[in-house]
Design a protein around this ligand. Structure first.
Ligand code: RP5
Length: 183
């Protein structure tokens, strides 16, 4: 439990976000350039105090590391993995292929096709190896984080209560909204 991947840590590409607690959620992304999007998943995990880690793992540039990470995920105690990538986004599907741990895929906006390629790469998994796929970009990353919270809340009543309070806060915010008066 809680084993580290030293190569990434040495290069500053790995970060355990809650020291002294083994991560329950792994957040991986294909490049450091994915962080502006994927940080929105991490922000949700932080808001609900979920032990987690964030790491750069590239499907096509570090395939051996991807296999190592995915193969160790279950024994390390990860309950789900949020995987974000852009372009021909193999990362979530390949992670899912190598672990029974549920994988939540986040399509990162790409330079030329604005993430539509990422979305289709992730969502169109052939039957047999599922990846739960979220919206392109920040909303998808945040919702993947919230989905991970909901998964964990199934066995954690205190967390379920915090999630309910979050939903109530959103409800109350919308109920308090007003529109400008029209003549
Ligand atoms: C993918 O290629 C990454 O997930 C990223 O979205 C995209 C571009 O990577 P960089 O060229 O910015 O490293 O592997």
């Amino acid at each position: 439990m809680g084993a580290s991947l030293p190569v990434l840590e040495e290069r500053g590409l790995s970060h355990n976000m809650m020291n002294n607690q083994p991560p329950l959620v792994g957040v991986v992304m294909g490049s450091q350039s994915d962080w502006p999007v994927m940080q929105h998943a991490v922000a949700q995990l932080q808001a609900f105090a979920i032990p987690h880690e964030a790491r750069v793992v590239s499907a096509h540039r570090t395939p051996d590391l991807l296999f190592e990470y995915a193969e160790q995920a279950s024994e390390r105690g990860l309950r789900c993995i949020i995987a974000g990538a852009g372009g021909a986004a193999h990362l979530p599907g390949m992670v899912a292929a190598k672990t029974p741990v549920p994988v939540l895929g986040v399509p990162v906006p790409s330079r030329h096709l604005q993430g539509q390629d990422s979305l289709l790469s992730i969502v169109q998994m052939p039957k047999g190896i599922p990846v739960a796929t979220f919206a392109i970009g920040e909303a998808g990353a945040a919702n993947a984080g919230l989905f991970a919270v909901a998964l964990l809340a199934g066995t954690d009543p205190a967390l379920a209560e915090r999630l309910q309070q979050f939903r109530h806060h959103q409800r109350d915010t919308v109920l308090a909204m007003t529109l400008p008066e029209t003549p």
